[in-house]
Design a binder for this molecule. Structure first.
Ligand SMILES: Cc1cc2nc3c(=O)[nH]c(=O)nc-3n(C[C@H](O)[C@H](O)[C@H](O)COP(=O)(O)OP(=O)(O)OC[C@H]3O[C@@H](n4cnc5c(N)ncnc54)[C@H](O)[C@@H]3O)c2cc1C
Ligand code: SF4
Ligand code: SF4
Length: 1013
């Protein structure tokens, strides 16, 4: 039985009280918060004693003082994206720097140096440096979420490390607090004084006395990140730590995984941002040939040599979005490709390098094997495909997952081919397989065998992991490589430090720890005295036989999750039939467990995921935090009845159900759907509020209200009514509500535009227009406009309505009921709609909708409501107006005569349009307008998200979401025509621009209609 881990003790109570009294930071000691900080991107989990999110340096120093007083450990954390368990600890107070300690403290462009706080994210730093033509070149794949403090902690390295090195090669200075509370500046040896100098003298003496061991046992590869950098006085890396071979004491802390000191700030060496890049894609007939060629290719001076193997190529080719890009890189059917990048100040000098690559391949017996890509747009697309391949691999459903534990062993290039061959044999012997990718340039190929960490015994992940790790380690030793070449040690590789360096150097590492952190305050159990990597008690999914085996509590779900309820074959990766995975929650828990904590949802750049995190920067309000909270509840780790508890309600409260994660999360975590499932159980336990009922049943009473608009609109007219509605219903008084009107779509439509069912079914060009409640009752013009555009282009247009032929009103997709947690009612509504649409869909006629969240319900949630084949048939024909028109235009069936526009057109995509790839079609359609140059606003969710933004408790967050990029972009373009297809997006834009410069966005249908010639 899985028990709630480590509840409050007297000590933790005291710690919590002191932190609250003596710091201004956010202090979290509840089980759910601790659970959200119990994992990183590794296979491990341990509930920390508590969490502090410091608001200032003073908070950190106060926390260090309290911890020292109480003899409690501290664990500094950035993005929590470590792959080896560096940021998990069952005894420490976790201190999260990423929310507040994230500023640039000093930028010196002339010396090309920047000083930053530890919680600053790499991409954010590089965005700020771009205008100066500079960048920090340690380009880790997690650049959108990795913090500089965490990168230094792990001695991280990126795809271009062959050109720029690891963190250790690019850190100039580090200011840090020791466990006695003193602040020490670590930097170049001659500049040191006081405590820093004492430390340097101590380490130097240690290094000198271990010179023989250091020379013999430190791997000579650049990608060695294990242990402490005791070689700063006599660098063993093939790339010296400093350009002039001088000694820099800061390098001792790089890679120390928060075990020696707490980083306060980092001074980093910057590089010129390369202005030009060219790419050569080398196609290989065998994987081995690619591995053998890498050592020769690096001599040409590339900035990156990245591998994509056959499995990844096939994954990309199988994906319609990536196939065209991948095809441009291939010559025939290669077994592997190497992406060879050269970069510099300008393009011209790079072209000869590309030619030399072509010649080299000819010399190696592979003439005609290089696809030359001097064009940066094509290169960018290909890099995207390479990243996406990994994402697809990580999205494997079932309990077996690609596990990272030997994925960054580094071997000298001349042995790469033999090493990869031998490791492939090891995998085969253990009944699994690895997909190879990444940094061929530095001998660090990523590979993750598929293992089931939940299983015990010989077939279990722990046993296989140990066996594979031991055989891989023997290979690493044979080829004189580094066991830990990128991701650090943590819990996973700690035990291999002594194996790698020998007992004497291990003792020397211990002496360093003792000297800098005699109280063992900082991240104990990492690097020094680490546990066994396969200690099941430390796993996120402890197998049977562990003290606290992982379990899923039985749950009868209201939505169909059977697609996740599968198992997979570790060799072929084929999955079993839906519903056969053995999950007692029908696949819901398995869907939740898809989150592997990589932290991608913490990114801030383009894409939708995750608006609530972008506004709050809270782990509780990011997809990962929500998935972890759900997982812990579903497995009984948050106590009884946790799934319907306030802890879950709070973590899902700010989820705007934008479906950004469904599209952007590498493993496809679909939190919007999970929220629906939760909501239905939560409401079943706690009951519906008046507001829930009012919103859910809107489609039911809309007809009545539209007949009494003067009464229905009193809330926005009568003084005090808005205030009363806030008190009574929780609807924000600061919001206007949609205006009721009597001229609904259902009342006054031009019948000449419409065809009856029989004519529609017989017409050569036809479409069924699905007019939803919102467009039908509040914005009838949109429905009329769509009908006119379709009619004008020669389509027979049919509208399904209840009581057909008698203006009986709208059908409903069930969305308002779904959002409120009324799944049965939603099922009833959408089922009726599907029944009405079925004859047309069966006849191959498109179902065309206007409101993204309503139409796309047919393609998404309706398929999870147990409605069977009829739902699939309708879903297959359900299209947004722009999707339909774009496809028809491409097929030569839609070519309207439109007047031209002079004004710029700004487009805001509804989140669900983005999630379903329906934004490019609107751009396609807008481009049919002569003279139009539509521009897509680089926005996440508008913040309104159905009823979310109307609620008083969400108003501020809702407006902050709008202010992230949408409203600023609109303000910058006062002349532009604004196009937004979402009802709530249009409302948010109107509300957010209220006042002098009031702006109104329109549905694309209305723009097209207004331009019909
Ligand atoms: C999908 C994926 C891809 C990855 N790709 C790469 C890659 O290309 N290259 C690479 O090198 N790594 C990679 N990683 C690993 C990881 O992202 C990097 O190590 C990253 O730099 C960690 O940054 P973070 O902010 O998440 O650090 P965290 O995981 O939060 O912390 C890392 C370590 O630093 C310590 N630390 C953090 N802040 C401080 C501080 N203020 N003082 C002292 N110690 C501190 C922590 O205690 C911990 O030991 C990848 C991980 C994933 C999941
Ligand atoms: S929710 Fe998705 S993106 Fe976020 S950490 Fe989990 S797997 Fe990564
Ligand atoms: S649905 Fe949107 S708000 Fe909710 S977790 Fe996913 S990305 Fe975040």
């Amino acid at each position: 039985m899985s028990a709630a881990p480590q509840t409050h003790t007297d000590t933790s109570h005291l710690l919590e009280r002191r932190l609250r009294a003596e710091t201004e930071g956010e202090v979290m000691f509840d089980l759910a918060s601790r659970g959200r900080y119990a994992t990183d991107a590794s296979i491990y989990q341990a509930f920390p004693i508590g969490v502090l999110v410091p608001k200032s340096e003073r908070d950190v120093t106060a926390a260090i003082d309290i911890a020292r007083d109480m003899k409690l450990p501290i664990l500094a954390r950035g993005g929590g994206t470590s792959q080896c368990g560096q940021t998990t600890s069952g005894t420490a107070l976790v201190i999260d720097n990423s929310k507040y300690l994230r500023d640039i403290l000093e930028l010196d462009t002339s010396r090309r140096r920047v000083t930053v706080q530890p919680g600053m994210v790499l991409d954010h730093l590089n965005a700020a440096l771009k205008k100066h033509g500079l960048w920090y070149p340690v380009d880790v794949s997690t650049s959108a979420q990795a913090t500089l403090g965490g990168m230094a902690g792990n001695n991280s390295c990126g795809s271009r490390s062959i050109a720029y090195g690891n963190m250790v090669h690019n850190v100039h200075g580090l200011s840090a607090w020791l466990s006695d509370g003193s602040a020490v500046d670590f930097g170049p040896l001659p500049n040191l004084s006081g405590k820093a100098r004492d430390i340097a003298l101590f380490v130097e003496a240690l290094a000198r006395s271990h010179a023989g061991e250091i020379a013999a046992n430190f791997p000579k590869v650049m990608r060695r990140v294990a242990g402490y950098n005791l070689d700063i006085f006599d660098c063993q890396s093939e790339r010296p730590y400093t350009t002039d071979n001088s000694v820099n004491l800061a390098h001792l802390l790089v890679g120390s995984e928060g075990t020696l000191a707490y980083t306060r700030s980092l001074t980093l060496n910057l590089s010129d941002l390369p202005r030009a890049k060219v790419l050569g894609v080398v196609n290989f007939p065998t994987f081995r040939a690619a591995m053998e060629a890498a050592q020769h290719i690096v001599k040409l001076g590339p900035t990156a040599v990245e591998l994509v193997d056959r499995t990844m190529i096939e994954l990309a080719l199988a994906n319609p979005a990536f196939r065209p890009t991948m095809q441009t890189a291939l010559i025939g059917q290669p077994a592997a490709i190497l992406l060879v990048e050269f970069s510099g100040e300008s393009g011209a000098p790079l072209l000869p390098k590309l030619r030399r690559l072509v010649e080299l391949m000819g010399d190696l017996g592979l003439p005609g094997s290089v696809v030359e890509m001097p064009d940066e747009a094509r290169q960018k697309n290909l890099w995207e495909v390479r990243k996406a391949g990994l994402n697809i691999m990580m999205s494997l459903k079932g309990d077996g997952k690609p596990v990272s534990f030997i994925e960054d062993c580094a071997v000298p290039l001349e042995h790469l081919a033999d090493y990869t061959d031998a490791l492939t044999e090891v995998f085969a012997r253990h009944g699994t397989r690895g997909t190879w990718y990444a940094h061929a340039s530095v001998g660090t190929l990523h590979v993750r065998p598929i293992l089931d960490m939940r299983r015990a015994g010989a077939e279990g992940g722990a046993v296989k992991m140990r066996a594979i790790a031991e055989e891989a380690a023997a290979l690493v030793r044979k080829y004189k490589g580094a066991y830990s070449g990128e991701h650090g040690d943590g819990l996973c590789r700690g035990e291999w430090i002594e194996w790698q360096f020998g007992p004497k150097l291990n003792d020397a590492f211990r002496a360093i720890k003792q000297q800098l952190d005699p109280l063992n305050l900082f991240n104990p159990g990492k690097i020094i005295d680490p546990p066994k990597m396969d200690d099941g008690a430390l796993f996120r999914f402890p197998p049977p036989g562990s003290p606290r085996p992982y379990q899923r509590l039985p749950l009868k779900t209201n939505l169909d999750w059977s697609d996740w309820n599968v198992q997979n074959d570790p060799v072929t990766e084929a999955t079993t039939a839906p519903g056969t995975g053995g999950d007692v929650t029908g696949g819901f828990a398995m869907a939740v467990e898809m989150c592997n904590n990589n932290g991608h949802c913490r990114k801030f750049d383009a894409g939708t995921m995750c608006p609530s995190y972008r506004v709050t920067r809270d782990e509780q309000h990011v997809t990962r935090g929500r998935a972890n909270t759900l997982r812990l509840a579903l497995s009984g780790q948050l106590g009884p009845d946790a799934f319907t508890s306030e802890a879950i309600a709070e973590s899902l409260d700010l989820c705007v159900s934008c479906k950004g994660c469904k599209r952007d999360c590498p493993t496809g975590v679909d939190m919007a759907k999970m929220k629906l499932e939760f909501q239905s159980h939560y409401k079943a336990r706690h009951g519906f509020t008046l507001k829930d009922r009012l919103i859910a049943h809107l489609p039911d009473y809309a007809g009545t209200m539209s007949r009494l608009p003067w009464l229905a609109n009193l809330r926005d007219r009568l003084p005090g009514a808005a205030w009363a509605s806030e008190k009574l219903l929780g609807l924000s008084a600061r919001r206007s509500l949609p205006r009721w009107r009597s001229d609904t779509f259902w009342q006054g439509r031009d019948q000449a535009l419409y065809a009856d069912a029989a004519k529609t079914l017989a017409a050569p060009k036809a479409a069924v227009l699905f007019v939803d409640t919102f467009n039908g009752y509040f914005e009838a013009e949109n429905g009329h406009a769509a009908a006119r555009v379709l009619h004008h282009a020669g389509y027979a247009v049919h509208v399904v309505e209840k009581g057909a032929g008698q203006s009986g009103g709208q059908h409903c997709c069930g969305r308002t009921y779904l959002s409120a947690g009324m799944i049965d009612q939603a099922r009833e509504k959408v089922s009726a709609l599907i029944d009405a649409l079925l004859p047309f869909a069966t006849a191959g006629i498109a179902i065309v909708g206007l409101e993204p969240s309503c139409l796309l319900t047919l393609r998404d949630e309706a398929l999870s409501l147990g409605l069977g084949e009829k739902a699939k048939t309708v879903a297959a024909k359900a299209l947004l107006l722009e999707e339909f028109l774009s496809a028809e235009a491409k097929a030569g069936r839609f070519a309207p005569k439109l007047k031209s526009v002079e004004q710029p057109i700004l487009l805001h995509g509804h989140c669900h349009q983005k999630a379903f790839g329906a934004v490019p079609p609107i751009l396609d359609v807008l481009k049919l307008i002569p003279g139009a140059k539509p521009e897509l606003i680089d926005s996440s969710c508008c913040g309104m998200a159905g009823s979310f933004g109307f609620e008083a408790k969400h108003y501020d967050v809702s407006m902050q979401m709008a202010e992230l990029s949408l409203l600023p972009a609109i303000r910058k373009a006062p002349e532009a025509i604004l196009v937004a297809d979402g009802t709530s997006c249009r409302h948010q834009i109107a509300d957010g621009t209220r006042g002098d410069w009031s702006r109104h966005a329109i549905h694309v249908a209305r723009l097209l209609e207004s331009l019909l010639d």
